[in-house]
Write a protein that binds this ligand. Sequence first.
Ligand SMILES: C[S@@+](CC[C@H](N)C(=O)[O-])C[C@H]1O[C@@H](n2cnc3c(N)ncnc32)[C@H](O)[C@@H]1O
Length: 229
Amino acid sequence: MAGTDAFEASNVGPGRLPSAPLPPDTASYIGANLPLVPVPSRPDIRLHLATPSSGLSRQLGNAVPPYWAFCWSGGLALARYLADRPDCVSGLRVLDFGSGSGLVAIAAAKAGARSVLAAEIDPNGAVAIGMNAAANGVVVDILRTDLIAAPIPDVDLVLAGDTFYSASLARLATGFFDRCLDKGLRVLVGDPGRDHLPLDRLRELARYDVADFGFGGMSSTSAAVYEFG
Ligand SMILES: C[S@@+](CC[C@H](N)C(=O)[O-])C[C@H]1O[C@@H](n2cnc3c(N)ncnc32)[C@H](O)[C@@H]1O
């Protein structure tokens, strides 16, 4: 994926080492070092996002990339889509798989979802999601269980922003989304066209030019929202 030079993307995902909490504690660290800023393409949503002076890589090293401290182009496309098409989540129980900062979960809540569950295996990310949801005045439940090997929660719709960034996660996520389909759930994916995106399983619904924060620096990229099937 673009802009991941500071971190090794394949270190994230099932089986990886758990991330260490940030000192003195994750919430205090985020509050002090990651400013709450409007999200490009969705300025009505504000997130605690990393800046070059946040010092995250110094604190965490390269072992566990802080995906939660950035918003990703796939998530931005989904967040834009939910603003344009709130009918696709309105009144539904929504799961945001690989929630990161909670961007897509927050967008779903703002679009009128009945409930929103944000699944994120990074414990620091789980803290960030809670802080970001509160900052936007929405309720998001947080699930730290790795759903790849767990029962699917009781939801109606699954959203996933930028979860095909490594071959292993792409394979595992595809298996999870297949289980969701088997259960009769709709699965919407946001992605800028990462190498491991299973295009043969996806039908494009919308495409947007969005910011791609990646790690360090902002550029514009095209990202799409797809129906997985
Ligand atoms: C590239 S980030 C995208 C974050 C967010 N959806 C967005 O678009 O801004 C992918 C996220 O998926 C999370 N992740 C990876 N494997 C996961 C799993 N098995 N269950 C839940 N989250 C997972 C990572 O920790 C990371 O926060």
